[in-house]
Design a protein around this ligand. Structure first.
Ligand SMILES: Cc1ncc(COP(=O)(O)O)c(C=O)c1O
Length: 376
């Protein structure tokens, strides 16, 4: 559409660019830490030190002990380990797990898998802003409940769940509580003590680390059955020779993510973006997600009566995501928008813009202009 616009990246909830400091930390690790971290000799020890320094950096972001961090291949594996690891450690096939209808597929698909293994799963509903009601959680708990898993912030609409309140309820019943913080880490505070959680997942590539690395916080005393059996790596919770290079990337990214001062500027830019869209399109544009209790970088809007994928296709050079998919000529809302009860005529026009630390104000102005051309 707007050929002069160039490339604008507004898809930071999908993935983020590698930060230069992260790339440097990984380069250093690649060159200096080729030994096996489990080897006691001179070549293994630098790798071990690198790994443990990185573990401490991740732990510092989450406010936990380094020994409570298990490196994984990313958010999906961390979520799989939290759910399946809890289920298989209990050996109770009739166990009950509570989650929500708006979780990431790595939680929902793991839940479906565990249903096939005999587990009973409750999928809590959310309201039209994507928020769950802690009273629904309270009512769903049974004597068989072995785990509650509720995401911290939603990847599509950014709604932030009342995790501390939910974890409190779990604690009253002595039920382990897991939260998927893949989207929230680096955007809002994610200290495990403040959230009151026992398990927490992060994904490196959402906070300027590379793809292929993440971490699961496992509170001391929580028992998980590993997904990958083998040597005693990662405290026996995940076998496989650790990559000091990937860990170094995640560690460096967590140091940067701890400084949330940039988020206020991102929030203001996001809010100006939304105000401009409202001014231009009035009732033809609708916000998806909670108006306030939402990630500071996320703007999911529906262009009513339009197809999100068509709007994006016309916005040449703008990287963003849609909330609907076209299957055999039929528009299907994303499960998240469907769970929020978004009407199809609005939901099919959903576009998720997710800003990042390098997003500039002139880029947002250019996108607003381009949208005006596309939608006029
Ligand atoms: C909320 C949430 N959880 C988990 C994941 C999965 O993380 P990864 O891509 O590292 O497997 C994502 C990534 O899209 C996510 O947004």
């Amino acid at each position: 559409m707007n050929r002069q616009m160039g490339r604008i990246y507004l898809d930071h909830n999908a993935s983020t660019p590698l930060h230069p400091h992260v790339a440097q930390a990984m380069r250093d690790a690649l060159e200096d830490s080729y030994g096996n971290p489990s080897s006691a000799h001179w070549a293994g020890q630098p790798a071990r030190q690198m790994l443990e320094r990185s573990r401490a950096q991740v732990a510092a972001l989450l406010g936990c002990a380094p020994a409570e961090i298990v490196f994984t291949s990313g958010g999906s594996e961390a979520n799989n380990l939290a759910l399946k690891g809890t289920f298989f450690a209990r050996r109770d096939r009739a166990a009950h797990i509570i989650t929500t209808q708006v979780e990431h597929p790595s939680i929902l698909a793991s839940s479906r898998f565990l249903e096939r293994e005999g587990a009973r799963i409750t999928y809590l509903p959310v309201d039209s802003t994507g928020l769950l009601d802690p009273d629904d959680l309270r009512r769903a708990i049974t004597r068989d409940t072995i785990l509650i898993s509720i995401m911290h912030a939603n990847n599509e609409v950014g709604t932030i769940q009342p995790i501390a309140a939910c974890a409190w309820i779990a604690g009253e019943h002595d039920i382990p509580f897991h939260t998927d913080a893949a989207q929230s880490a680096g955007k809002i505070p994610t200290r495990v003590g403040e959230l009151g959680v026992d398990l927490l997942s992060t994904a490196g590539h959402k906070l300027h680390a590379p793809k292929g690395v993440g971490a699961l916080y496992v509170r001391a005393g929580i028992k998980l059955e590993p997904l990958i059996h083998g040597g005693g790596h990662e405290g026996g919770q995940r076998a496989g020779t650790e990559s000091a290079m990937l860990a170094a990337g995640l560690g460096a990214a967590c140091v940067l993510a701890a400084d949330l001062t940039a988020m206020e500027g991102i929030r203001q830019l996001r809010d100006r973006f939304w105000a401009s869209l409202q001014a231009r399109f009035g009732k033809r544009v609708v916000l998806n997600g909670h108006p306030e209790q939402r990630l500071p970088n996320t703007l999911n809007v529906s262009f009513v009566g339009r197809v999100g994928a068509d709007v994006l296709a016309a916005l040449d050079g703008v990287a963003a995501s849609t909330g609907s998919a076209c299957h055999s000529g039929r528009i299907e809302l994303s499960p998240v928008l469907a769970a929020m009860g978004v009407p199809p005529e609005a939901g099919m026009g959903a576009v998720r813009f997710s800003l990042g630390r390098t997003t500039r104000s002139d880029e947002i102005s250019a996108v607003v202009e381009a949208l005006s051309n596309v939608l006029s």
